[in-house]
Design a protein around this ligand. Structure first.
Ligand code: NAD
Length: 473
């Protein structure tokens, strides 16, 4: 049982003013494994004040100094990888294969920010003006539970690379992972106040960050509903905002696709991170002419996707993070059945032989229409919809007929054709015949999937404002 009673403000671990305790669970067993004492709005204000005090000196540090700090942070987080891996399995329920990637990702994103910074030009020329990229001020970073360490480290590294100081509000459900990351970052010996980590509730600590006049920038990853609230609140003080929100990503299988490749790709894209991924390819668009063949192939392939004990190397889908999330996924499976979609695999309840834990059966629906609830709303669990289309133009129309626009996938044996389809998709990223991530490329959403971009130079610039100085050249 881990009791976490400290938050991190002004370079030190301190007891929060907030006195509410929140239970932490192992989602595979439903057992309470710890408790965290939550920060409150008062703690958020103390953290913001510390970041504000640290900003003038930190914003004037040189690029080389900041690269050196990022490298120390990278080494410190990398050194805790095994401990982080344990926490990702225990507290989040990620299958061991995925958990290793997640634990490594946390240090990788810091290293990538350092590399980007090496080649980044803060001063440019525009006509007769000198344009200087200037850090915005104190950044408020609000992160979700589905990749706790990765989001904390990624957002923080970009903010610091730009010269901003930061107040981080991670999800209260990931406090063990947050504790490990915080301890590691502390070891990197950054100046006090440069980053502060206050675990608390969204409607107290998160709300304080998104409304406080001393926060210049909010970078948020989470649900579209909360993103909308933050955007509204932040508008009062004209904060700059980056919002990475939900998705309902299409996996477009073109009629020339090799199904031996397309089917595993579709299942891996849909079930990644146990289906708790904003980029999951949850709408599988299949040509009517080959629908039967696709259905047969995917039913056979889904049998190889085991939902169960995250410590079993054969497992590819772990439990949902919480009882609330399990209930939500179950409700959507029921809605799919009630609205007339046909179950090809899975369904309601736990997988056979599993008595406890927030496990979901890997679920495939077919005969789904794009106007059904399961095709429109983000489920955030291992529940995929197969939607048939007549021709390529209809596939593109269905792919774009969504309020979201985060990511899309195209499968085809003709690269030129796939590229032409990709050019017509309204999404921040389109992956052709691959699931690979490119950290140098921008990541973010069109439409209600968000505002702004993360990663690479785009991600660092999200924490800066261009300032034109005239008459000096
Ligand atoms: P959430 O929106 O409920 O919470 C995200 C964070 O916001 C948490 O730290 C939460 O405490 C905080 N929060 C809640 N209410 C707030 C408020 N009123 N003001 C400020 N902060 C508040 O999301 P979640 O349930 O933690 O995560 C799942 C959601 O996140 C999914 O909808 C998913 O699509 C989305 N997500 C998006 C991305 C992306 O990069 N686009 C990545 C991961 C998750």
């Amino acid at each position: 049982m881990q009791i976490i009673e400290q938050i991190y403000i002004d370079g030190a671990f301190v007891t929060p003013h907030g006195d509410e305790y929140f239970d932490l669970f192992n989602p595979a067993t439903e057992q309470v494994i710890g408790r965290v004492r939550l920060a409150d709005a008062d703690d958020a204000r103390r953290a913001i004040a510390a970041a504000k005090r640290a900003f003038p000196a930190f914003s004037r540090t040189s690029k080389d100094e900041r690269i050196a700090m990022l490298r120390r942070m990278h080494a410190a987080v990398l050194a805790r990888e095994d401990e982080l891996l344990e926490a990702v399995i225990e507290e989040y329920g990620a299958p061991v294969s995925r958990a290793r990637w997640m634990a490594r990702h946390a240090s990788d994103v810091i290293e990538q920010a350092a590399k980007t910074l090496e080649n980044y030009a803060f001063v440019r020329r525009a006509g007769t003006a000198e344009v200087v990229m200037q850090p915005l001020g104190v950044a408020g970073l609000i992160t979700p539970w589905n990749s706790d360490a990765g989001f904390i480290c990624g957002k923080l590294a970009a903010a610091l690379a730009a010269g901003c100081t930061a107040v981080i509000k991670p999800s209260e459900m990931s406090a063990i992972q947050t504790r490990i990351v915080t301890e590691a970052l502390h070891e990197a010996q950054l100046p006090p106040g440069v980053f502060n980590i206050v675990t608390g509730r969204g409607d107290t600590v998160g709300a304080e960050i998104s409304s406080h006049p001393d926060i210049a920038k909010v970078s948020f990853t989470g649900s579209t509903v909360v993103g909308r609230t933050i955007l509204r609140t932040a508008s009062e003080t004209f904060k700059r905002v980056t919002l990475e929100l939900g998705g309902k990503s299409p996996m477009i299988v073109l009629d020339d696709a090799n199904f031996d490749e397309a089917i595993p790709l579709a299942l891996n894209a849909g079930f990644m991170n146990s289906g708790q991924a904003c980029i999951a390819g949850t709408r599988i668009l299949v040509p009517q002419s080959r629908l039967h063949e696709f259905e047969e192939g995917i039913v056979a392939a889904v049998a190889g996707f085991q939902s169960g004990d995250p410590r079993d190397p054969q497992t590819s889908i772990g439990p949902m993070v919480s009882r609330k999330q399990w209930d939500r996924v179950q409700r959507y499976i029921r809605i799919g059945i009630d609205e007339g979609a046909r179950l090809l695999a899975g369904g309601e309840g736990r997988p056979d032989g599993v008595a406890a834990g927030w496990f979901v059966r890997p679920t495939l629906f077919t005969e789904v229409r794009n106007d059904m609830t399961i095709a429109r709303e983000e489920i955030f669990g291992p529940v995929l919809s197969i939607i048939a289309y007549r021709d390529e133009q209809e596939a593109i129309a269905i792919a774009n007929d969504t309020p979201y626009g985060l990511q899309a996938y195209v499968c085809s044996s003709d690269l030129a054709r796939a590229t032409a389809v990709a050019s017509q998709i309204e999404a921040g990223r389109v992956l052709v015949n691959t699931l690979a991530h490119e950290p140098a490329a921008p990541f973010g959403g069109f439409k209600q999937s968000g505002i702004g971009r993360e990663y690479g130079a785009y991600g660092i610039e999200a924490f800066m404002e261009p300032k034109a100085v005239l008459g000096v050249l």
